[in-house]
Design a protein around this ligand. Structure first.
Ligand SMILES: Nc1nc2c(ncn2[C@@H]2O[C@H](COP(=O)(O)OP(=O)(O)OP(=O)(O)O)[C@@H](O)[C@H]2O)c(=O)[nH]1
Ligand SMILES: Nc1nc2c(ncn2[C@@H]2O[C@H](COP(=O)(O)OP(=O)(O)OP(=O)(O)O)[C@@H](O)[C@H]2O)c(=O)[nH]1
Ligand SMILES: [Mg+2]
Ligand SMILES: [Mg+2]
Ligand SMILES: [Zn+2]
Ligand SMILES: [Zn+2]
Lengths: 209, 209
């Protein structure tokens, strides 16, 4: 379709620019409220003094997420889609023109909370990271497969809530690997900080390649 | 736009048919995993012997939700959108042709888990019911406003998890009523059954009008 072709041209242009500045970038995806911004906050807390991080926030309305990141003193730009259900490369290109990204080493793009539409849009990122919280249930990889198929990393978040929910991490992994056997899987809690350093080690390893 | 006009013609046709059979219907909406199917299960457990209920399930892939409802012995049809991010009236019309709905008194349509796109599509239902779980955070009504603006009922689910999450029910209500002051709000837990009978009383009152 024409829309995706035009999007991919812009995405490839973004990818070339980020590569030229040796920036590792990822597109963070999940349902609303799975903990994307919380994960970005924890990641910044762990890595801020080790590597230069920038963030692009994508939301349907408000700049609430960018305000949270701004408090941490890293460059952040907010995209407001005004009702659009996913980010596209054009929106990211415009946001990049407002951030001094040339000196960054990592660019995190937090997408709109939506487990369906954003899976199909290339933003010029190196990789897609899908976040699934234990409170959503363990059947999501089967019910919303495209997101898990197009990502290279799955983060199972809110593991601190496991004692209180009817969810099996083993089943999430089985279901996700049935959809995409190459998925790299982390287990985290943004409340207790469990698993965050393992996730940050992976980011550093990617950025230093 | 042409797409919505065509959709609304079909939706109005569905509405006439459901009205002719005196069926009260609602469109159940939320993020993935907020507890839509769990709420339908609890509702059926409470009302099955009082009123005739039918269900239409909408999902991107699988019939896992319909299988759960089928176990409860009420008529259910599964719509699989094959990647589509929302139900539309055409899909519901086709599903209705597969269910013997004429003798139903309540029709529950569970939409695809997505807090953005489904807000804009009329399915011929009497009302939209949006479900928000405490684990998603209290800022969602501000960040995903169309869903809350277009609904007449808000159900705050998973209140059993409040002791373990950073979420204020008071703030959810303030934020939701700021977007839509006419919202009727329920608080429920599908695990502890808290608040379910109040929600079911409301359904019975609507069905008997
Ligand atoms: N218990 C627990 N709560 C968490 C965890 N991570 C995030 N939360 C809570 O989950 C809610 C949503 O977190 P956010 O970080 O705003 O989620 P998000 O995915 O960025 O949400 P959107 O951008 O609106 O789609 C907040 O109340 C957080 O405090 C976790 O690991 N454990
Ligand atoms: N603790 C707790 N868990 C709940 C509650 N309601 C649902 N759950 C759990 O939340 C997860 C998702 O529930 P579902 O009913 O499948 O949610 P859904 O909205 O129908 O999900 P999709 O149809 O896939 O979008 C499951 O693990 C449920 O057991 C609740 O009130 N409290
Ligand atoms: Mg966020
Ligand atoms: Mg469901
Ligand atoms: Zn969409
Ligand atoms: Zn859509």
């Amino acid at each position: 379709r024409k829309v995706l072709e035009k999007n991919d041209v812009i995405a490839n242009d973004i990818r070339l620019k980020l590569k030229a500045h040796k920036i590792f970038s990822f597109n963070l995806l999940s349902s609303p409220g799975s903990g994307k911004t919380s994960l970005v906050e924890r990641t910044i807390a762990h890595l801020k003094d080790k590597i230069r991080i920038g963030v692009i926030e994508g939301d349907v309305q408000t700049d609430l997420d960018a305000q949270r990141i701004d408090l941490l003193g890293v460059p952040v730009a907010q995209i407001v889609t005004n009702g659009g259900c996913h980010l596209d490369a054009g929106l990211v290109r415009d946001a990049l023109s407002k951030v001094d990204y040339a000196n960054l080493e990592i660019l995190i793009i937090e997408n709109v909370g939506n487990l369906v539409c954003p899976a199909g849009f290339d933003l010029g990122e190196d990789t897609k990271v899908v976040l699934l919280s234990t409170t959503e249930g363990d059947d999501k990889p089967l019910k919303y497969p495209a997101m898990f198929r197009n990502a290279s990393v799955l983060i199972i978040n809110k593991i601190d809530l496991l004692p209180y929910v009817n969810c099996s991490v083993k089943k999430i992994k089985e279901n996700a690997l049935a959809i995409n056997p190459d998925l790299k899987i982390f287990e985290t809690s943004c409340t207790s900080d469990a698993g965050i350093s393992g996730w940050c080690d992976w980011i550093l390893a990617q950025a230093n390649q």
